[in-house]
Design a protein around this ligand. Structure first.
Ligand SMILES: Nc1ncnc2c1ncn2[C@@H]1O[C@H](COP(=O)(O)OP(=O)(O)OP(=O)(O)O)[C@@H](O)[C@H]1O
Ligand SMILES: [Mg+2]
Length: 260
């Protein structure tokens, strides 16, 4: 089982879009994929058609009370290999009260451990800030996937996140590997091309080969409550997220993701 945390403290950089689209592409490629919504905004849950009143036990309750995760899983009829543990506004409770508990940093790690044999991939959608829940996700993760736009402010926000990664590696999870994913890329935009080039120079193999271009179908698919590869199978975003799934699978097959 490979655990991927999708995180960036910058808002609106396509974290949730990447979790839905990559998760569905991995499932389509035959992998068993569990998505976990860790954000109180519950955008991931909504994007897959799950409203907050359907969520009886939120992952927040599980984190605070060590509730086993299997009872919280929703299967998705249109892609049998794909399932989700949804979230709702109660997620703010975990953010507030987790840190008073003993060994709270590994609460999510303990919940996920019994699922080891059941899933090939777990993808965690983190909120847009570096709080207790994101900390838990990065401590359990094998791979931190950082969606980032080729914009100046996005590049600045990366520095803080990467400082966090260094601290988490030193204290909790020495094997945490990160990869940057360029999103909402516009190849006609000169600034995008220049910043993308700089990111590749600075981070080398830390930047994934696949990048995701702007595609309005990605804005429509949450309204349909479907991943883009089902909503618009042939659109550019579907092709690119499928390529991303193959790149991730290839990385995992090499087993040793080279630290970046
Ligand atoms: N490649 C793309 N092309 C066009 N629109 C996109 C693309 N990727 C994401 N979007 C849109 O950008 C908006 C923000 O995306 P998303 O919600 O995935 O970001 P996020 O990082 O999860 O945001 P938050 O920080 O609020 O959790 C959404 O409306 C989404 O549909
Ligand atoms: Mg989001």
């Amino acid at each position: 089982m490979i655990k991927i945390a999708v995180s960036n403290e910058k808002g609106g950089v396509a974290k949730t879009t990447t979790v839905v689209s990559l998760g569905a592409a991995l499932a389509e490629a035959g992998k068993k994929v569990l998505l976990i919504d860790l954000d109180a905004q519950a955008n991931l849950s909504l994007a897959l058609g799950i409203e907050s009143d359907q969520v009886k036990t939120c992952i927040s309750t599980a984190l605070l009370n060590a509730t086993p995760l299997p009872g919280l899983i929703f299967s998705l009829p249109y892609l049998p290999n794909l399932a989700i543990i949804p979230s709702n506004h109660e997620m703010t409770q975990a953010e507030r009260f987790l840190s008073v508990q003993h060994d709270y940093e590994r609460a999510l790690d303990r919940l996920i451990a019994p699922l080891e044999q059941d899933w090939d991939y777990i993808l965690m959608d983190c909120p847009p800030f570096l709080g207790m829940v994101t900390l838990n996700a990065l401590i359990t993760a094998d791979l931190l996937l950082i969606p980032t736009q080729a914009e100046y402010f996005s590049v600045v926000a990366l520095k803080n996140l990467l400082n966090w990664v260094r601290r988490i590696r030193a204290q909790y999870n020495p094997n945490l590997v990160y990869r940057l994913l360029l999103t909402m890329f516009d190849r006609r935009n000169r600034t995008h091309r220049v910043l993308a080039e700089q990111l590749r120079l600075n981070f080398a193999q830390g930047v994934l080969e696949t990048f995701i271009e702007t595609d309005t179908k990605l804005r429509e698919s949450p309204i349909a409550g479907l991943p883009v590869i089902l909503h618009a199978p042939k659109t550019r975003a579907s092709v690119q997220y499928r390529a991303l799934a193959q790149e991730i699978i290839a990385h995992v097959q090499e087993t040793t993701l080279q630290p970046a």
